[in-house]
Structure formats: C-alpha cells, structure tokens
Design a binder for this molecule. Structure first.
Ligand SMILES: Cc1cc2nc3c(=O)[nH]c(=O)nc-3n(C[C@H](O)[C@H](O)[C@H](O)COP(=O)(O)OP(=O)(O)OC[C@H]3O[C@@H](n4cnc5c(N)ncnc54)[C@H](O)[C@@H]3O)c2cc1C
Length: 591
C-alpha cells in the first residue's frame, strides 16, 4: 500500500470497499490504521485544534453509501438517507438488517443530539420526505364528532426555519387552519416534525388540553420490516407513542382534529414578590392557577437583582378573524434577538468570572431587566397556531439556541418542588443568565410519557447553547436538588441526568426508570419484540435501557475482538472522512 499522498488513502480504501467489502473488512485494525495513519494523525490534530468532541459529533457527516441500492436515497447536502414512501423505508430497514447498521430517524433535530442519530458512519440516519410528509383528510369521523386526518410522520408542525424543504402551507398547523381545523395544543415552537414531537412525549403547557388527545393511530415499520398500525386503546399504541424511535420508523399518524379556534390571553412581566412564585407562597396557589387557566406558562428569572416572572395565560374562544390582536413576542425581530444574545454572552462571562460578587450581580440585573419591563400586560386574541407557539418568532435555532433539562413532578409535589427550587436558585451559577420555565402536563395515555397517569408540574431550566462549559454541569444543580422528589420523570428529548450517577440519594439508571414508570418492563418487552435485532438502538438509548447490549448480529465478525477491530476500522475511516470532507467541501467539522 506504500506511500501515497494522504488524501488518496481513504479514497482508495473506499473504492476497494465498494468493489470487494470483505477484503477491507478482513484486514486487522493495525493494518488499516497503519495504512490510514497519516490522514488519521492529521484529522486528530485538526479536531483537537478546532473542536471539542461534542462539536465534532454534531458536525460529522456519514460516508456516502458505497452501494448503488442505497445511493438513490442519499442526500449529499444533508449527509443522510431520504426515503419518500413506506416501501422505501422497508427497503432501507432490510438493507440495514443485512448490513448490521443501526437505523435512526431524525425529525428537526431539536432533541439532545445523542438521542437522535446513529453514532457510527455505517449507521443509517433517515429523514422522511415525499409521501411521508403528506396530509390527507379521511372520510370518517370519530364517535365524538371529530374529523380524522392522516399525517406523514415527517411533516413539520409549522414552518421550520432550518429546513425550508416543506412549504409553509403544507405544514400541519397551516394545512389544518386553512381548512378550519385545529389540534388542542402545541409546544412553544412548531419547528418540530409530528413524529419527533410525539416520540419524545412533547406537549404544550396545559392541564386541560394535550397534543396526545388528538393522536388516534400510529403506523410504523418495525425492526423486521413489517408495517404495523396501532390504534388508541391498545397496549401497543400506549407503548409505541413515546418511544424515541426505538419501536420502528413512524411513517404516518392519524389525528382527530376539532374546529379551529382563537386563543385570547395576556402576557406580562411581574416582580417575583407579586407573582404566583413569590417567596413564602404555597404551592397550592400555583396548582390552582394551573387548574384554572387553560394555558399557562411562567418564566422565572431568578438572578439576584432581576427576580421577575413572565406570565403567559390563554384560553380558547370562538374564531373571529375580524377582531385579531396578534401576539407580539418580546424577541420578535432580529435586532432584539441579537441584543439579547449579546447580553446573554456578557452575563455568562461575568458568571464564569465571579458569580457571587454583588457588583457583578447588580450589573447583571441592569443588563437583563430592560428585557423584562413591568407594566400593563399585552393582550392578544388570534388564531391558535399563531398564539400557542409563542416562541416561534425567537431565533431559537441559532443565535438564541437554548438547551434544556425538563423535570415533570406529580402535581401534589408542587409545594415541595418550589421549596427546593428556591434553595437551588440561591446559587447564582444555577440561576444562570436565562429563565426557568414552569408549566403543566395533562395526563397522557402513553406509558413512557412523563405525564402518564397523572397531571404534572413541569420545571424546565433553560441554558443558552453558547454558554461556556458543559450543559450537564449546569443542569446538575437542578438534578442534585430535585431527583429525590418522589415520582420525578424527565422529558426524553432534553438532557437526562448522567447514567449511573447519584443525585442526592437517587441513582439514575434503569432501575430508577422502572420505579417511576410502572409499565417500563412491558415497554421493554414490546420493544424487544418489535426490534429483535436492536436495529433502532443507538449507543445512547442502548446504555440507558439495556444492561446487556444487543450484539450487531449481521456484522460478519461475530467475536467481541472482531467487533472491536471493526470499531477501530470504522472510527479510522470516519475520522479520515471528516478530514477529507472538510478539505474538499468545508462541511465536516464546524469551527
Ligand atoms: C426551542 C425549543 C422549544 C421546545 N419547546 C418544547 C415545548 O414547548 N414542549 C415540549 O414538550 N418540548 C419542547 N421542545 C422539545 C422538542 O419538542 C423535542 O425535542 C422534539 O422531540 C423535537 O422534535 P423533532 O422533530 O426535532 O425531533 P428530533 O429531535 O429530530 O427527534 C426526536 C426523537 O424522535 C425520533 N424520531 C423522529 N422522527 C421519527 C420517526 N419518523 N419515527 C421514529 N422516531 C422518530 C428521533 O429518532 C428521536 O429519538 C422544544 C425544543 C426546542 C429546541
């Protein structure tokens, strides 16, 4: 194999792999790494210089598939596979089973990244398109008079600023509104796909309404390639609804939808002392408000010299297009977004330097308070899809990208939770430079929904994605304080506590999940039945849900030593690929 210039090595190896995969696979890791060494060293040096491991993972692009049967699905711009029909999903699953690849589906990628994609460049990352984004009106109604619509699982809930490949009018909310229809609830943004939203148990803030109320039927292709349809009321439906892509590729969702409505409400900033969260106020006041208001969200800014709360409340009213009063988000234009980002960055810098200096804290107060002016609340009265997702105008995909961990508590723990939270937020590093969101979750039929079998108080600390340090270290303040509260569960799309770590008296692991999700074992058993090969289990979920990992059965190297060697090889190729893509197209590694 001699001394070719470094860039040729990977291309040569790929060519060889294309014509005779075995000849490459049979080579030892030593042979391969020695051959690729110049490229690997260069790649490693560049990675070290330019990115953290986390960033490298976020910017990684899989190797284009060597097989012509796969390459017709390949989207070179996104570096993933793009099936357009159920049959194409089946073909890909079949192919993955034979090849020993994992299959992961991504929606809009708003969840924690490790929970979405495969980890190795051999794995298949799918983005649903074509038929799998279409919406059809069905010719039948439910017994309680709702219309039924069938939605491709890859359909966006609303326009997705990071992916303009679906026209606004074809997205779920716009499509429904144009036909005088609506769903009962949406989250704070609508950039997500319907599958991504449902699969993580996402929902808006309400004890009265839930997005899951609208879900009637789920269709998926399981790990054996079989198409399955699960109807509301069955165990399979309850298990598959919230399953993080681990039961199969969700292809279509049937929704029951009601008549379009307006939401009328108010949003205003208050001093903490005059709010539902005022020191000394018992949790009952918050519970009563959550029960009384159809929609309620509180954003608590706990910085020592800020201490303000933004309260957003709303209720459904009849549609009246002649009396629209649009909701005006505080951060609705680019200028305000950039200003906010600037403040976040300054405050983060101050907190890193000395969070406890009173001078620093007063400075933080002076910087942040102008964004939270007191005074009469703004009133709004507009269509459901323009009011419920109140954060849509905010640049949450880039300059104001936010990371979260979200803890869901049984409602009767509200008083205890507020007491602990007040203590946690005394520490100004925990208070950070943003807010803690408090809202509610209506009981859900899905076994792994954090609101399964009971209304919840949701506590959602925000962290600006561009803050210095590890998000986990920031969220740890909350996990340490709150994991001992009985019955606490987590939003699956947001940061989870670190596996096998103790927070307070509580060890976070599968046994812990079993203790808070009564149907955990049934869920695991059904998962295993639908995905016997562990096709959908990426490393993140495998570690969490399985004590004994599922072997990759189809890989032609059955021993653990063989798997290790193959792992070395895959990593070497993947790293070299990163370098080459970066060199050729400047796409592989983000600065
Ligand atoms: C700014 C912002 C605001 C948010 N607001 C809220 C909120 O108000 N309420 C709330 O509850 N959450 C909220 N979230 C969380 C968000 O709703 C979840 O992370 C949701 O899962 C994102 O959907 P997605 O389309 O981006 O899916 P992704 O993040 O891409 O995927 C989520 C999971 O679904 C799986 N998946 C996706 N498509 C399929 C498919 N077709 N078949 C099988 N599995 C699939 C993925 O593999 C992954 O496990 C917010 C997140 C952000 C960034």
């Amino acid at each position: 194999m001699g001394s070719r210039p470094p860039d040729d090595r990977f291309l040569q190896l790929r060519k060889e792999f294309q014509s005779d995969p075995k000849s490459v696979q049979q080579r030892s890791a030593e042979e391969l790494t020695t051959f690729l060494l110049p490229d690997i060293e260069e790649a490693q040096a560049r990675l070290k210089r330019r990115t953290t491991a986390r960033e490298a993972f976020a910017g990684r692009r899989p190797i284009p598939p060597p097989d012509p049967a796969l390459s017709r699905f390949w989207d070179p711009a996104r570096g993933l596979l793009r099936p357009r029909s159920i049959q194409q999903v089946q073909q890909l699953i079949d192919f993955a089973r034979n090849r020993g690849s994992k299959v992961r589906v991504l929606g809009s990628q708003h969840s924690v990244e490790h929970g979405i994609l495969g980890r190795s460049s051999l794995d298949f990352d799918l983005l649903l398109d074509g038929e799998l984004r279409k919406i059809e009106r069905l010719d039948s109604r439910t017994a309680d008079g709702f219309e039924l619509v069938r939605v491709g699982a890859g359909c966006f809930l609303g326009p997705n600023p990071s992916d303009p490949s679906q026209r606004a009018e074809d997205t779920l909310t716009h499509w429904l509104e144009a036909r005088g229809l609506a769903v009962p609830l949406l989250g704070g943004i609508t950039h997500q796909t319907i599958a991504g939203f449902i699969q993580t148990g996402s929902d808006g803030g309400s004890l009265t309404h839930s997005f899951s109320d609208a879900v009637e039927e789920l269709e998926l292709v399981d790990g054996t390639g079989e198409v399955r349809t699960f109807r509301r009321g069955t165990d399979e439906f309850a298990a598959a609804g919230v399953s993080m892509g681990l039961f199969g590729v969700l292809t279509r969702v049937t929704l029951k939808v009601g008549t379009s409505y307006f939401v009328e409400g108010e949003e205003g900033h208050q001093e903490l002392t005059g709010s539902l969260l005022a020191p000394g106020t018992r949790g009952d006041a918050l519970i009563a408000a959550l029960q009384k208001q159809e929609y309620l969200r509180l954003n608590w800014y706990p910085q020592r010299h800020v201490q303000r709360v933004t309260q957003w409340t709303g209720r459904q009213v009849a549609r009246n297009p002649n009396a629209r009063e649009p909701y005006k988000a505080q951060l609705r234009d680019d200028f305000t977004n950039v200003m906010a980002a600037l403040v976040l960055s300054i405050v983060n810098g101050i907190l890193v330097q000395d969070p406890n200096s009173d001078l620093n804290q007063r400075f933080i107060g002076a910087l942040m308070k102008p964004f939270l002016p007191l005074g009469a609340p703004q009133r709004f009265h507009d269509a459901w899809h323009l009011t419920l997702p109140m954060d849509n105008p905010v640049r949450t995909d880039d300059i104001l990208k936010v990371l979260f961990t979200e803890l869901w508590f049984p409602l009767d723990k509200t008083d205890e939770v507020l007491g602990i939270l007040r203590g946690v937020l005394e520490d100004q590093r925990a208070a950070g430079n943003l807010a803690v969101e408090l809202y509610a979750g209506k009981p859900s039929p899905f076994w792994l929904s954090p609101a399964h079998e009971g209304g919840s108080l949701r506590v959602d600390p925000y962290r600006w994605a561009h803050d210095a340090g590890r998000p986990e270290d920031h969220f740890e303040h909350y996990w340490r304080g709150l994991l001992d509260v009985e019955g606490v569960r987590f939003h699956w799309g947001k940061y989870l506590p670190e596996l096998d770590r103790k927070y307070g008296q509580t060890l976070f692991n599968l046994d812990y999940l079993r203790s808070v999700y009564p149907r955990m074992d049934d869920w695991l058993a059904l998962r295993q039945k639908l995905d016997p090969q562990g096709l959908f289990l990426n490393e993140y979920w495998e570690k969490l849900f399985l004590s004994a990992p599922v072997p990759r059965r189809q890989i032609p190297v059955p021993t653990s030593k063989g798997r290790k060697l193959l792992g070395h090889w895959a990593r070497a190729v993947s790293q070299t690929c990163l370098t080459l893509l970066d060199k050729l197209y400047g796409v592989a590694v983000r600065e």
